[in-house]
Design a protein around this ligand. Structure first.
Ligand code: G3P
Ligand code: CA
Length: 283
């Protein structure tokens, strides 16, 4: 029951802050999110792990896409759950991507919405955080089937904070080899108890706390939160962090890792922070 079970996670055993840098949707600042090129670029830039979003297609395939529809990221329209994989993969997943708001350099380059299976095949060694986006027992069963088939128990972190708690908990019961994070309600309870200095009462289900830096306007990742998490042996991974100032704040709090849209830029900033705080003042 621990992040140490994420075998050989780059940065995972390093006690320095922000030693785990996770490519949120790949290298989404520079490449179309949740595509194979975006994942390859994040790994090339030195990501400890890549993060992706999963939904279920009409014909029961686990497909890698963030929104419930294809509209924002592809040249198609419609709900993922009403489109078969064959038709989904005819769409251009690079169609709308632009870094300048004017040009679309990845349009018609053949980028598609990948399946989880294709990601596993393309990156056999990579650590991957898979975020379940659909409240679907069938999606859970399919992810479990693929993790088992590809022998990826020790390289897959299954995030369950976007789905109903009951479903997230049901996943844990499938196989003790599965590594999951916590559900939203579990994490909210941890936050509440840590504010009351009662986090020792909280029941830990995994050693990973995957948390947003804020919930609405309320800060989640605070000094007392990180201290309480570390007292309980939890690794704190905060999302989604792209600003130098926020990276510095999290670094000073001793947060273990971040999800970021630009792994290369974040790593450069973290290196600078290491040099600036090399006297050990940050932790
Ligand atoms: O993994 C955390 C983060 O990805 C959750 O936010 O909306 O980008 O999926 P979102
Ligand atoms: Ca996500």
């Amino acid at each position: 029951m621990s992040w140490q079970r994420l075998k050989n996670l780059p940065g995972g055993s390093n006690p320095q802050p922000l030693s785990v840098v996770i490519g949120h949707r790949g290298l989404a600042a520079r490449f179309p999110e949740n595509t194979l090129v975006s994942f390859a670029a994040a790994l090339q830039a030195g990501a400890s792990m890549i993060e992706l979003d999963l939904r279920m297609s009409a014909d029961g395939q686990a497909v890698v896409i963030h929104d419930a529809t294809v509209d924002r990221t592809t040249n198609g329209t419609g709900l993922i759950k009403s489109i078969n994989l064959k038709d989904l993969q005819k769409l251009d997943a690079g169609y709308h991507f632009s870094t300048d708001g004017k040009t679309s350099p990845f349009r018609s380059c053949g980028l598609t919405v990948p399946t989880l299976q294709q990601v596993f095949e393309a990156f056999p060694q990579a650590h991957i955080a898979v975020e379940l986006k659909d409240d679907s027992a069938a999606l859970i069963a399919e992810v479990y089937r693929l993790v088992k088939q590809f022998g990826r128990f020790d390289r897959t972190l299954i995030q369950v904070f976007s789905i109903k708690s009951k479903l997230g908990k049901s996943l844990r019961k499938l196989d003790e080899r599965l590594i999951t994070g916590h559900t939203t309600s579990e994490m909210v309870l941890f936050g509440t108890l840590s504010r009351m200095r009662l986090s020792a009462l909280w029941r830990r289900r995994s050693l990973i706390l995957d948390v947003p830096v804020k919930r609405g306007r309320l800060p989640v990742v605070t000094g007392s939160f990180v201290k309480a998490a570390h007292r309980r042996g939890l690794m704190v991974l905060a999302w989604t962090v792209n600003e130098a100032k926020e990276l510095e704040r999290l670094y000073k709090l001793g947060v273990d890792g971040v999800y970021t849209d630009d792994v290369a830029a974040a790593k450069t900033i973290i290196e600078q922070l290491r040099r600036r705080y090399s006297d050990g003042a940050a932790r």
